[in-house]
Write a protein that binds this ligand. Structure first.
Ligand SMILES: Nc1ncnc2c1ncn2[C@@H]1O[C@H](COP(=O)(O)OP(=O)(O)OP(=O)(O)O)[C@@H](O)[C@H]1O
Ligand SMILES: [Mg+2]
Length: 500
């Protein structure tokens, strides 16, 4: 069916913000349809309307030719419209089976039929090739496994449409492979799929067509077999952008000046005997597969997690073992966390306040914090990271996913930190803003500061680092100078093959 889902003149106005502006296009039955656009373009908003999370201000949604108006996400699921979202909504204290059946439990008398529930769930998990059990508690499962539960749930509810909003951003490579296999199977079963991602290679690998949004407006729908990445990006951003992670300026690394020295660091998270140095003006890449424990090492250096032992020296001075993020920030080290949603900003704060959080002293006049200085800083740094809307009074939690990330980046850029640890700095960031962030990193090191960049994106670490360290399963397993960067060599270290 050509118009299986049809969006007709959809407009969505939030207080002070038009998220969608007269959007019309349709999705074919049984296709995998990508939704593309920069951060804040309106992708998640459109899906939320489809799923009954909130109504459109104007416009209609048709499914199989009939207008639908879901009052809630459950309402949509009853109709067969399910979603697998990145912010995974499972309840950690319940078992896999209980989570799957939430909202639709089979009943035996007044009691839940626990056995039937577990059997049915197990059957579905087996079908999906999952290696966890229906009676396990969800809490300890990896992001990928939690996602499988959502997929199983969608199948259990007999979904005809399943949408994925940035599903791979927390998955390991192996989990991504499994996910793509399952999505292809869903397609074979005739299920229609909507797919949001900022990763272009994924779009070309798995999707059939792509609809592009820009600033809340519909631009076009393209057949992915007949188009190129350049064309997609051109339509998404409406201008030419560099799509490459590359150094535009010469390296500023000063090998004779060590600003951070880590010796024999180990911790309860499972990393062991980590030793390395960071030089002044250097971008030091930390590569590894998801789960290599790079984040855990950074948190330990930063004082956010305890350690068993080992020393951290900042410009020759040993940091105390009982250091806290607060004292470490005072010294001059900042950590742009990977989990920016959870750790990065205060819910009820606007952009100006959130961006000022780590640099309050800068805005003091006598005993008082000067709001105007905060706002000026917010606008200035907001522009550097491409924040939209770049409005100091906008509530950070109402921003789109990628823009909320930019606020956290802006917060750390506002500090005078001499060392910035950036954990997956471009995760969730659109392709137009990525290049800006790379440029920014170069500016930071050019001003004599140093950066540790943790990343799982090979192109990014290879393109941006002066030197690269590679971790695997809690251990440092390799170190390469820029002229030694070779994809094959790096992968071999990361997955643990032999080095010749
Ligand atoms: N609850 C809300 N209140 C006010 N504005 C909102 C709200 N939710 C979204 N917006 C605004 O609507 C616009 C579209 O946001 P949306 O989340 O749909 O973007 P997106 O395309 O999914 O971006 P990203 O790639 O960053 O996830 C943004 O400008 C955002 O600030
Ligand atoms: Mg989004």
């Amino acid at each position: 069916m050509e118009k299986y889902i049809e969006f007709q003149n959809i407009t969505k106005v939030f207080p002070g913000q038009k998220a969608l502006d007269n959007v019309s296009f349709s999705v074919r039955e049984g296709e995998i349809h990508a939704l593309l656009g920069e951060n804040g373009a309106g992708k998640s908003t459109l899906l939320n309307i489809l799923h009954g999370m909130f109504p459109a201000t104007e416009g209609k949604v048709f499914i199989e030719g009939k207008e639908v108006k879901f009052k809630s996400a459950l309402d949509a699921i009853d109709f067969g419209i399910a979603k697998v979202h990145q912010e995974i909504n499972v309840i950690p204290e319940l078992t896999v089976a209980q989570n799957m059946m939430l909202g639709g439990e089979p009943r035996k008398g007044v009691l839940l039929d626990k056995k039937k529930m577990e059997q049915e769930t197990q059957a579905l998990l087996d079908k999906l090739g999952c290696d966890f059990r229906a009676d396990e508690k969800v809490g300890g499962l990896s992001a990928g496994k939690k996602q499988m539960i959502q997929i199983a749930k969608a199948l259990y509810m007999n979904a005809k449409v399943i949408s994925f909003d940035e599903p791979t951003s927390s998955l390991s490579n192996a989990e991504v492979k499994t996910l793509f296999g399952i999505i292809r199977d869903l397609k074979k079963q005739g299920i229609t799929i909507l797919y949001i991602s900022h990763k272009m290679d994924e779009i070309f690998e798995i999707c059939d067509r792509a609809s592009i949004l820009r600033d809340g407006c519909y631009i076009t729908t393209l057949d992915l077999k007949e188009t190129t990445e350049e064309v997609l990006v051109q339509n998404m951003v409406g201008r030419d952008v560099s799509m490459f992670a590359q150094r535009l300026k010469p390296s500023c690394a000063d090998k004779n000046t060590t600003v951070l020295k880590v010796e024999h660091l180990s911790g309860p998270a499972g990393f062991d005997d980590i030793s390395f140095e960071l030089h002044k003006g250097e971008i030091l890449g930390f590569f590894g597969l998801v789960g290599a424990m790079r984040t855990e090492v950074m948190r330990a250096i930063f004082g956010a997690d305890p350690t068993y032992g080992g020393e951290v020296y900042y410009k020759g001075e040993a940091l105390p073992h009982n250091r806290t993020p607060h004292t470490v920030v005072e010294k001059g080290i900042g950590l742009v966390s990977e989990n920016r949603k959870e750790e990065g900003f205060v819910k009820n704060f606007d952009n100006a306040d959130n961006i000022a959080l780590a640099s309050l002293k800068k805005y003091m006049k006598g005993f008082f914090v000067n709001r105007k200085m905060k706002e000026e800083n917010s606008v200035k740094v907001g522009e550097t990271v491409g924040l939209t809307p770049n409005d100091p009074e906008f509530l950070t939690m109402s921003l789109s996913g990628g823009n909320a990330q930019k606020v956290i980046l802006a917060k750390w850029l506002s500090t005078d930190a001499d060392i910035l640890i950036m954990d997956e700095p471009t995760k969730g960031i659109d392709i137009g803003a990525k290049a800006e962030i790379y440029k920014l990193m170069e500016d930071i090191v050019a001003s004599g500061k140093s950066i540790i960049m943790v990343s799982s994106e090979m192109t990014e670490v290879v393109g941006m680092s002066d030197r690269m360290l590679i971790m695997r399963e809690g251990k440092l397993v390799g170190e390469l100078e820029r002229e030694e960067f070779e994809e094959e060599r790096i992968i071999t270290y990361a997955v643990g093959g032999s080095q010749s």
